[in-house]
Ligand binder design. Structure first.
Ligand code: 4AD
Ligand code: MG
Length: 432
């Protein structure tokens, strides 16, 4: 193949003659000049083709190029302060790889999101979608680096599981050689086992929820990062969370300025992300809502308007702590001062993006765990291995789950979470 340079690195080649391999995103022409908007996956650049500077057949080729045709463009890299990139290509030669068929479905006019989701395989080529998925990649890497540098071991839990963890109504069932099995809702229970083997671990993978919700915050397949830590209590758990979120935000602000500007993201709130994050108990949050004339009783679950109202009282993500025990799963450690509430917290993002993280200290006492499982009617045989973790060297431990797509949505400032994953799975969508 030809030696091609990438648009992302184009500043290194100012004044030099280079070749790019890419696709035609858009084109404008007058009689004597053609402007080619070329993308190569790493960025977008304008190529300027002047009639008298190139061979006649090359000029004709450029005039006839269809949207998304693939090509090699050779030319000199020149500074151009009017473009976002800061450079353009003074084209001396263009070679066609493949002329795209006429009628590319995504024209440059506005389309509805449902239409675009049908063409997700092509939509991801456009600047904003490209920027979102690049920021997702940056966040992925920031998470892995952060945990690696802080002594956490990545341990992958299975995706096919025999039991549930977060409640039985939201499970995708599968037939496992005649036995009933499920797609995993969370890797947590396995991460707890691994924490007793490695001390500090995290899992990072796809998780599945068969919930029939159509909100802008729910996917049926999403990625979750789930740290789990031995000898860490409720407070230590919150510190790990605020440090993780801060690291992610700072990394994106530093390394993905261009993408944030493509998304026209106002970064005022992101700039303020710094530990410690404010904390409010569930009970105080209820009082806050009641004072603001919401109809809300102690024991009710927060809906989107409640979460947004609470988040709007702060400039940073906020922890809501000490939820009623019966609202949360069986494994959460009760608060010693008041066993009706748990040593857990949800982290709510600013700007209406809702819950980014759910986490807690875990029950490590054998008898208490058995009692809770009984109350929730969980079959002990199936959880035998999980119970054994409390029999053999149990220690206080804590962990949490952070939804990757919600984090990407918040940082990118995109309305709907379906744009933050390459190919979304939602109630009404399993194509493409
Ligand atoms: O609060 P959740 O359900 O917590 C757990 O599954 C725990 N077992 C995690 C743990 O402690 N290891 O989910 C955690 C996070 C949520 O805060 C949210 O960000 C994301 O996962 N999440 C979803 N994201 C997209 N679509 C959905 N349907 C989601 N459900 C949860
Ligand atoms: Mg939750």
């Amino acid at each position: 193949m030809r030696e091609c340079v990438s648009i992302e690195k184009i500043s290194h080649y100012e004044g030099q003659k280079v070749t790019l391999g890419g696709w035609l995103y858009n084109k404008r022409s007058s009689g004597k000049i053609v402007f080619l908007q070329i993308r190569d996956g790493s960025g977008f650049i304008q190529g300027v083709v002047v009639k008298k500077e190139v061979a006649p057949d090359v000029f004709q080729l450029c005039k006839d190029l269809t949207q998304e045709s693939s090509l090699y463009a050779t030319g000199v890299v020149q500074k151009d302060d009017r473009s976002k990139l800061g450079y353009e290509l003074l084209v001396s030669h263009v070679e066609l790889e493949t002329q795209a068929e006429e009628g590319y479905p995504i024209s440059l006019k506005e389309h509805g999101t449902d239409f675009l989701m049908d063409y997700r395989h092509l939509w991801m080529r456009t600047p904003k979608q490209n920027a979102i998925l690049r920021i997702r990649d940056e966040i992925n890497l920031a998470i892995r680096n952060h945990f690696h540098e802080n002594g956490f071991v990545l341990v992958e839990p299975p995706v096919i599981t025999p039991t549930s963890c977060e409640g039985t109504t939201e499970l995708f069932e599968i037939d496992y050689f005649g036995e009933q099995a499920y797609l995993s809702q969370t890797g947590q229970l396995y991460a707890e086992a691994a924490a007793m083997a490695f001390g500090k671990v995290y899992s990072f993978g796809p998780t599945f929820r068969a919930e029939k919700s159509k909100t802008r915050k729910h996917l049926n397949e999403f990625w979750m990062v789930e740290p789990e830590m031995a000898f860490v209590d409720f407070d230590g758990n919150l510190e790990v969370q605020e440090n993780l979120i801060t690291h992610i935000v700072k990394t994106v602000l530093k390394n993905r300025k261009h993408e944030l500007s493509v998304l026209e993201r106002d970064t005022t709130f992101l700039q303020k992300v710094e530990p410690p994050f404010p904390r409010i108990t569930y009970t105080d949050a209820v009082t806050m809502l009641q004072k603001a004339d919401f109809e809300f009783e102690w024991g009710d679950d927060f809906g989107a308007p409640h979460e947004t109202y609470i988040a709007d009282q702060y400039e940073k993500p906020v922890f809501i702590t000490h939820f009623p025990a019966n609202m949360k799963p069986f494994y959460m450690e009760p608060c010693p001062e008041d066993p009706n509430v748990i040593l857990g917290a949800d982290l709510i993002a600013p700007e209406g993006y809702g819950e980014l993280i759910g986490g807690s200290q875990r029950i490590h006492d054998l008898d208490l765990l058995l009692q809770k499982m009984k109350e929730e009617d969980l079959p002990q045989e199936a959880y035998q291995w999980y119970i054994e973790l409390r029999k053999y060297g149990s220690v206080p431990h804590s962990g949490f789950g952070m939804g990757l797509e919600r984090t990407v949505a918040w940082i990118c400032g995109v309305e709907h979470i379906r744009q933050t994953i390459p190919f979304a799975r939602t109630l009404n969508r399993i194509y493409p």
